[in-house]
Design a protein around this ligand. Structure first.
Ligand code: FES
Length: 221
């Protein structure tokens, strides 16, 4: 049975759009999160060899994740996290922590290959406007794995993620487009309304359109 949560945010006009339906799995992981660090002051992280902290540009929420990788098997054998995020971030990160540690742990390369879409599938989906919440844990995991590579001096395995300038006039990067897509921009009109990208630059428009397609595919299939 699905639960229905109506969130108004004081936006009465947008109320009809904001009727969000959460799956039973989201509800379970929200009310009973797995691997959550409730009291960070009482948490001994000395045994963890990778830590990552990220913030969401889409909403300002925060996520911190600790992982323990067994160097012999190259598997993630433990994963703990803490967040100042919403119900969707809590549920998706709880699910992510289960996915990377179940069955004796996931190989580090497989954990790196996980996409937010994989978490959403296991959760039974999230309302479209909450998809960006599943990205928070995913980004924290990547950062924690990178830190593990750094600590274990496996520099050749580190994943360097940089941003690429799309529109030099408005200083819009591929990261801005990714965030806009996660916030609901699913056509060029909405993207331009949000970012003013490619208004006076045909080349930038074409690049932005291609990137929007790529991120739509990545997050929404
Ligand atoms: S609204 Fe911020 S993580 Fe969900």
């Amino acid at each position: 049975m699905n639960i229905k949560i109506v969130k108004t945010d004081g936006d009465v006009e947008g109320l009809a759009e904001q009727k969000w339906v959460y799956s039973p799995s989201v509800k379970t992981h929200f009310f009973h999160p797995e691997n959550l660090v409730e009291d960070v002051n009482g948490f001994d992280d000395s045994d963890y060899n990778g830590v990552g902290a990220v913030g969401s540009p889409a909403c300002g929420d925060m996520m911190k994740m600790w992982i323990k990788v067994d160097p012999k098997s190259d598997k993630v054998v433990d994963c703990k996290w803490q967040t100042f995020g919403c119900a969707s971030a809590i549920a998706s990160t709880s699910m992510l922590s289960v996915m990377v540690t179940e069955n004796g742990g996931m190989k580090v390369d497989d954990a790196l290959a996980l996409k937010p879409q994989n978490i959403l599938e296991r959760l039974g989906g999230l309302p479209p406007r909450k998809v960006h919440c599943s990205v928070l844990g995913d980004k924290a995991l990547r950062k924690a794995i990178n830190e593990y590579f750094r600590h274990s001096k496996q520099f050749d395995r580190m994943v360097i993620e940089g941003s690429v300038m799309v529109d030099p006039d408005t200083r819009i990067t591929d990261r801005d487009i990714e965030e806009a897509v996660l916030e609901g921009a699913d056509d060029m009109d909405k993207l331009q309304k949000k970012l003013k990208v490619g208004i006076a630059n045909k080349d930038a428009y074409a690049k932005a359109e291609a990137l929007m397609g790529k991120f739509m595919e990545k997050y929404y299939g």
